[in-house]
Ligand binder design. Structure first.
Ligand SMILES: Nc1ncnc2c1ncn2[C@@H]1O[C@H](COP(=O)(O)OP(=O)(O)OP(=O)(O)O)[C@@H](O)[C@H]1O
Ligand SMILES: [Mg+2]
Length: 332
């Protein structure tokens, strides 16, 4: 039987529960509103000073617990939470240990707490920045007097998480789409909450640009990022998908490669496709919902006419026999 830690890293059914990422993307690849960028810079300064105080100045050896730094990145999908976690790990020169919490939970029901502890152990040993993606469930409020097995497991996981956070002397980042549901004890241990919002038009214009290579991506003269940014109030993730789609469309056109360019029409078509696909996904999620039960009327029982006739016949025969018996009795 492989150890839980090994299972975590190898994963099943395609999606791995834990991934080690050697960070390549930096803050130069991220476009954020100035206020969000400032909060992130402060977070980074905290991490750097933390290393100075607790590692180089030796205070970590004097104070054994409560030394970790925990951050929560909250915001809608595709707003840059993962890329910023990577950028932070890059700035610190460490690997990023990405934990896909929903996979951990769904693969090993009943063993989640053990696996969470294993993940912290691995991060401590490899000095990686620990990143809990899709952490909504893990951070959820504990249920008082939990009766169901699942509620009890969720409570145990949060308790283990709090214990591990207390003992961990590194950087942990949680990414959540819903920040409202945090367990209060958990929230107390999180140093900084960073809110990732949908980008405004000015940010979108720069996001379109950072998705392309400044030198190698061939653009037609008609490309207008201001117009694209104003036309589509999309997330960074949508813009990334549209750029890749537009490039594929341009590359698939006939002609020599040297003459190929990405035109405005490619970007427009690609973003229309990306948004249409999202609409289909939303629709199919709704379609997959279990149908409302339709009340079925119970039909009134119907009588077979042949049975009715047979019953009447038997009744009449019985009556005749009765009369005949009376007549015989009277004659005697
Ligand atoms: N603010 C941004 N600046 C630059 N690129 C961005 C930004 N936001 C998103 N992107 C692009 O979209 C991709 C997806 O973003 P990312 O994975 O960081 O989103 P996320 O907030 O983690 O989403 P999810 O909640 O779905 O995990 C990134 O790899 C990047 O290319
Ligand atoms: Mg993400």
């Amino acid at each position: 039987m492989p150890s839980p830690l090994l299972q975590l890293f190898t994963g099943r059914r395609g999606r791995r529960a834990v991934d080690t990422v050697v960070p390549e993307r930096t803050f130069a690849d991220v476009v954020l509103p100035p206020a969000t960028m400032r909060t992130l810079e402060q977070a980074l300064a905290q991490v750097r000073n933390h290393a100075l105080i607790f590692d180089r100045w030796g205070l970590g050896e004097r104070h054994a617990t409560g030394l970790g730094l925990a951050f929560n990145f909250a915001g809608p999908p595709g707003t840059g939470k993962t890329i910023c976690a990577e950028a932070i790990a890059h700035a610190l020169g460490r690997d990023l240990l990405v934990v896909n919490y929903s996979v951990v939970e769904s693969m090993w029901a009943g063993e989640t707490a053990k696996n969470v502890a294993a993940v912290f152990k691995n991060a401590a040993e490899s000095e990686a920045v620990l990143f809990f993606d899709e952490a909504d469930a893990i951070a959820a409020r504990r249920t008082a007097g939990a009766r169901q097995a699942m509620e009890r497991e969720a409570n145990t996981v949060v308790n283990v998480l709090l214990k591990e956070l207390e003992a961990f002397n590194g950087v942990v980042i949680f990414a959540t789409n819903l920040a409202a549901n945090f367990d209060p004890a958990f929230e107390r241990r999180i140093r900084t909450h960073v809110l990732f919002e949908m980008p405004g038009a000015a940010e979108r214009e720069r996001i379109w640009q950072v998705q392309l290579h400044p030198l190698h991506t061939p653009l037609s003269a008609d490309v207008d990022f201001v117009a694209l940014a104003e036309r589509y109030p999309a997330s960074g993730g949508d813009i990334k998908n549209a750029v890749l789609k537009a490039a594929a469309m341009a590359a698939a056109e006939p002609g020599l490669d040297v003459g190929k360019r990405i035109h405005q029409r490619h970007f427009v078509q690609a973003m229309d496709d990306v948004l249409a696909a999202k609409a289909v996904m939303r629709q199919s999620i709704l379609d997959d919902a279990p149908p409302m039960p339709v009340p079925v009327a119970t039909p009134a029982p119907t009588l077979d006419p042949r049975l009715t006739l047979a019953a009447l016949g038997l009744g009449a025969a019985g009556l005749l026999l009765g009369v005949a018996a009376l007549v015989v009795a009277a004659l005697r």
